[in-house]
Design a protein around this ligand. Structure first.
Ligand code: R5P
Length: 283
């Protein structure tokens, strides 16, 4: 652990400084990216830049939740590819390596010009489900057709249970707005394990639960790696009819975001044991 200073100027500019030598060190810059995510991203970039200019030997940026991962391609003309820009910013700042968890799409690994350690929370989440619901007649459900291959891996690791998916349409002009359509597959009377990479406002997942229930599903268990839980996720999920909502702690989940059906699992068990000094933000 290295002591450091972090503070903001009156106009919002962030200042960081390491209070001891980092020359020749193997540096790990671990940053959480909850809202306001741009601030935490900028702070991490500045810390990496400070390490580079302080002659650190190697800098690994740890982003348990990779910001802007959803913007990994252009849907229409004149849009940015923001996930690529984040990778470029990390590289320009001085990161040699990235360590992250469950990217929105695997291709984002290729956006960073250097090694990317892409950790998975699947074992942790399916392990918990197997432990608690093995006596249920399960079906794994993908909330959209794009995640069917991931859901397939989940189904395999839960012992070869069947698959279903939601045929979903999204309005490209309105962020976070989803129009859920119909369930493809047999969910009648089954315990549905609904899996996604992240829950933000909860619109996608709550819409999916509603459709599953309309199709005669029994219990619905929601499992996602990243609990972004922006308003009104808490209310939506609590009232969705899901039996349990399981997320990991790749993002901090304060009391204001919690509700009775929520289970937060520690990602620490999926993490390699660090052998070098770690840096944390001391605000
Ligand atoms: C979409 O492609 C993602 O995988 C999530 O389904 C989505 O971002 C979740 O957002 P929300 O909870 O706001 O519907």
């Amino acid at each position: 652990m290295t002591a450091q200073t972090a503070r903001d100027f009156a106009n919002g500019e962030i200042f960081v400084r390491f209070d001891e030598s980092v020359r020749g060190c193997d540096a790990f810059v671990l940053q959480s990216h909850p809202a306001p995510l741009n601030t935490w991203l900028m702070e991490q970039l500045l810390m990496i830049d400070a390490l580079k200019r302080g002659s650190a030997k190697r800098i690994t940026a740890i982003l348990p939740f990779y910001p802007y991962a959803r913007q990994d391609k252009k849907h229409r003309g004149r849009e940015p590819i923001s996930a690529r820009l984040v990778a470029d910013l990390l590289k320009t700042a001085g990161a040699n390596r990235i360590l992250t968890v469950d990217l929105h799409t695997d291709q984002i690994q290729g956006f960073f010009d250097g090694p990317v350690d892409h950790m998975r929370a699947q074992k942790l989440l399916t392990g918990y489900i197997a432990e608690n619901y093995s006596d249920h007649d399960m079906v794994v459900v993908s909330p959209d057709s794009g995640r069917v291959r991931v859901a397939e891996k989940w189904a395999d690791s839960l012992g070869g249970v069947p698959l279903a998916f939601i045929h979903k349409t999204r309005d490209p002009l309105v962020p976070n707005q989803v129009v859920s359509n119909r369930v493809v597959g047999d969910v009648k009377g089954k315990t549905c394990v609904l899996t996604d990479d992240m829950i933000d406002t909860g619109g996608t997942i709550a819409g999916a639960v509603k459709l599953l229930k309309q199709d005669g599903a029994g219990d619905v268990i929601i499992a996602a790696t990243h609990g972004v839980l922006s308003d009104p996720a808490r209310e939506r999920l609590a009232e969705s009819g899901a039996r349990e909502v399981i997320v990991t702690n790749t993002l901090p989940i304060g009391e204001d975001k919690r509700f009775p059906q929520l289970t937060v699992l520690s990602i620490a068990r999926c993490w390699p044991t660090p052998s070098a000094r770690c840096l944390t933000t001391a605000r």
